[in-house]
Design a protein around this ligand. Structure first.
Ligand SMILES: Nc1nc2c(ncn2[C@@H]2O[C@H](COP(=O)(O)OP(=O)(O)OP(=O)(O)O)[C@@H](O)[C@H]2O)c(=O)[nH]1
Ligand SMILES: [Mg+2]
Length: 196
């Protein structure tokens, strides 16, 4: 997709606050600090559209971004940030789960993991939940600029194994810093959007 126009649409917590629209949605989920807001900015060619916080665990709401009046990118709250209370953790979990289970125009969810680390228990739980609930998904390994080129492929296959990803599920390498992987990921996203 050629991004002609991208703008912030709305912040929401409950379904009543989601955009009243039938446009297809692509949602980004993952641990706090993994790079969800950064990848949205990078895919949309915008430096500061999605807010990147220095303090992880800040984004507690769902942020919707309108792309070309054709689709929404959905920035979900980050999970797994240690210093957050149990009560808050479960309310964020509910925010994510409610969105994923109720939003009919959700086309695909993109699970982000840090290429440098083994997927966490939270990542695995998220992944298993997506599979169990039949939510179409793909996996992106972020921050590949932080490791050497030759280390990338072995890390991708480790991540696949750790998540126990099914054969058809690709793990896309990505860097929001250098924009490596941008074309390939857009192509994959386009397939979900153009299915209509
Ligand atoms: N080197 C490098 N840094 C990245 C990349 N992606 C994100 N970062 C950095 O990682 C930090 C967190 O990025 P965010 O995009 O705010 O992460 P997030 O997943 O939106 O975090 P929450 O909103 O707290 O859930 C920031 O300092 C980013 O600059 C990347 O591909 N390469
Ligand atoms: Mg964020």
């Amino acid at each position: 997709m050629i991004v002609k126009d991208a703008r912030f649409e709305i912040t929401a917590v409950s379904p009543a606050q989601y955009p009243q629209s039938n446009l297809p949605e692509i949602a980004f989920v993952g641990r706090s600090n993994v790079g969800k807001s950064s990848i949205i900015n990078s895919l949309l060619n915008r430096k500061k559209l999605a807010r990147i916080s220095g303090t992880p665990g800040k984004t507690r709401e769902i942020n919707f971004y309108n792309v070309n009046e054709k689709l929404f990118f959905v920035d979900l709250p980050g999970y797994g940030y240690a210093s957050v209370s149990k009560q808050k953790k479960s309310s964020w979990g509910n925010i994510i789960e409610t969105y994923l289970l109720t939003r009919h125009q959700l086309k695909v969810i993109i699970l982000l993991v840090d290429v440098r680390h083994e997927p966490s228990a939270d990542d695995k739980q998220m992944y298993d939940w997506l599979v169990a609930n039949n939510v179409p998904h793909m996996v992106v390994a972020t921050k590949i600029d932080k490791i050497t080129r030759s280390a990338v492929n072995p890390r991708l296959s480790d991540i696949r194994k750790a998540l126990n990803a099914a054969e058809g599920i690709k793990v896309f390498p990505y860097s929001s810093e250098t924009r490596q992987g941008r074309e390939a990921l857009w192509e994959a996203i386009d397939e979900y959007v153009e299915e209509e």
